[in-house]
Design a protein around this ligand. Structure first.
Ligand SMILES: [Zn+2]
Length: 339
């Protein structure tokens, strides 16, 4: 979030939204969206699930979702809108290469009673697992839309390091409202576990993917928690070294199990819980054992086991660690241990 806060594009956007305090533009923009959403909700009682909130926001932000599950359905959407005079839809089938998941178009030839936008969501084959999140992403764009003349925007998928700052910001907004804490308040108490997260997903938001639910529910959890994901990776300077080995220099560096993603929820940040991205997972940690031996595991550990090669360590803190293997990674939940 820190690097996103320093982005010129994000600071400009905060300015355009007339946000006065732009010290931390991401937090300020999120607070701006929160105010808008709460204002919308004053007109509706009984919004208790994320799917209700999605429908309300789509209506208030003036979009209609058009979801296609096959090429045939894509052509049917194209036909429908071309018939309605939307020339932009004439090449719709070419606008969804493998890395585009959704596109929101401004309607240029709509009837006065029709919504101003249409958000076309690709739900073919594996893209269906992300389709709910793609809808939230499109709503995220509309929540911070400042350029009223912008004709379309799309959701493409790329890795964290390569993402455009505005796309990253929209993902922060989408993730926040897809698992909006007030809708989870009664569920996210007591001890957290991967099983509890999955029970909540099935009961409360089965449309969400398992992956996004783990992330969103950890963020909404009321007690301190860190979610981390680790995979085999090289350090930055080792990546450089590896590039050099291609030209015959030095020895090829060995990949180690490193943190690839970290999410610390608000309560966790307040409690001083932290783990850093790219740090090597301690060999004695259950996270490392689960990665190498598969299956699940849990252990009581100490955060001070985490250290860099230059000797920087995390402060001592007893923690409970639960880990589980996924095909390429290991995921772990870290919570403060009993004092
Ligand atoms: Zn986007």
């Amino acid at each position: 979030m820190t690097s996103l806060n320093r982005s010129y594009k994000i600071q400009t956007l905060a300015n355009d939204l007339k946000i006065k305090s732009i010290d931390k533009p991401v937090e300020s923009i999120l607070a701006f969206c929160e105010q808008r959403v709460r204002r919308f909700l004053k007109e509706f009682s009984g919004c208790s699930r994320p799917s209700d909130l999605l429908d309300i926001l789509a209506a208030k932000l003036q979009t209609r979702f058009e979801v296609f599950r096959s090429d045939y359905e894509l052509l049917a959407i194209k036909e429908k809108y071309v018939q309605a005079g939307e020339k932009r839809f004439a090449t719709l089938e070419q606008e969804f290469p493998a890395d585009v998941f959704g596109i929101t178009f401004r309607r240029l030839s709509r009837k006065p009673w029709e919504p101003e936008y249409v958000s076309v969501i690709d739900c073919r084959s594996d893209k269906r697992y992300r389709s709910n999140y793609t809808k939230w992403h499109e709503l995220g764009h509309l929540l911070i839309l400042t350029d009223q003349l912008r004709i379309s925007f799309s959701r493409t998928f790329c890795t964290q390091d390569l993402k455009d700052p505005e796309e990253s910001l929209v993902d922060v907004i989408a993730g926040h409202f897809a698992f909006w804490p007030p809708l989870f308040a009664a569920l996210t108490t007591g001890p957290i576990s991967f099983d509890r997260i999955e029970q909540i997903r099935l009961a409360h938001c089965p449309e969400a993917s398992k992956q996004s639910a783990v992330l969103g529910i950890v963020k909404a959890w009321q007690a301190p928690c860190v979610l981390l994901e680790a995979r085999l990776a090289l350090k930055k300077d080792e990546k450089l070294m590896e590039a050099q080995t291609a030209f015959g220099f030095r020895h090829r560096p060995q990949a180690a199990l490193r943190v690839s993603n970290v999410t610390v929820n608000d309560a966790g940040a307040d409690a001083g819980l932290r783990v850093h991205r790219n740090w090597r997972v301690p060999e004695q940690s259950i996270i490392s054992r689960v990665f190498h031996q598969n299956g699940d595991g849990a252990a009581v550990e100490d955060l001070s086991w985490w250290e860099t090669s230059s000797g920087t360590r995390l402060p001592e803190m007893q923690v409970d660690v639960q880990a589980r293997r996924t095909p390429d990674t290991v995921q772990a939940l870290i919570t403060p241990g009993k004092p």
